[in-house]
Design a protein around this ligand. Structure first.
Ligand code: ZN
Length: 150
């Protein structure tokens, strides 16, 4: 028997945004000239993310992800790449922290989160928070690695 995982009830607009990113993921694929390639898994749900980063002059010059899993994990990854692409690593940290606050502390979304505000309702479902945070944990590893390489 598959484990039943509670599904957050999104309002219609948010549901559209999440499904749009799931069906038409942004920045999906691999980067031949990545500076870091990282992977993460969420075994509870079976989500997998591979993230390629190209960090140049302290900036997330290119970012691409691939993987498989539930709509929340993949949509969150797609939205994440959109919000951090082109930003400095410091700015990317800010977005990461704002998203973690929204997920873990049910903080109100900030402007820098863009479409990610659609995932606000997920915060009430701890099991699903793991899905939403998967890509961000991988990003966090990548940003830490870039900082260490300086
Ligand atoms: Zn999941």
């Amino acid at each position: 028997m598959p484990v039943t995982i509670p599904e957050p009830q999104f309002d219609e607009l948010y549901r559209e945004i999440v499904l749009d990113h799931y069906r038409r993921p942004r920045n999906r694929g691999e980067l031949d000239d990545h500076t870091a390639r990282l992977e993460g898994m969420n075994p509870v749900c079976g989500d997998e993310i591979q993230l390629d980063l190209k960090i140049e002059d302290g900036r997330v010059a290119e970012i691409a992800f691939s993987g498989q899993g539930c709509s929340i994990s993949q949509a969150s990854a797609s939205m994440m790449t959109e919000q951090v692409k082109g930003k400095t690593t410091g700015e990317a940290w800010h977005v990461l922290e704002a998203f973690e606050r929204m997920m873990k502390e049910e903080a109100e979304p900030t402007a820098e989160l863009g479409d990610l505000e659609a995932l606000q309702g997920v915060a009430k479902f701890p099991v699903r928070v793991k899905c939403a945070l998967l890509a961000w944990k991988v990003l966090e590893d990548g940003l830490k690695g870039a900082a260490a390489a300086k």
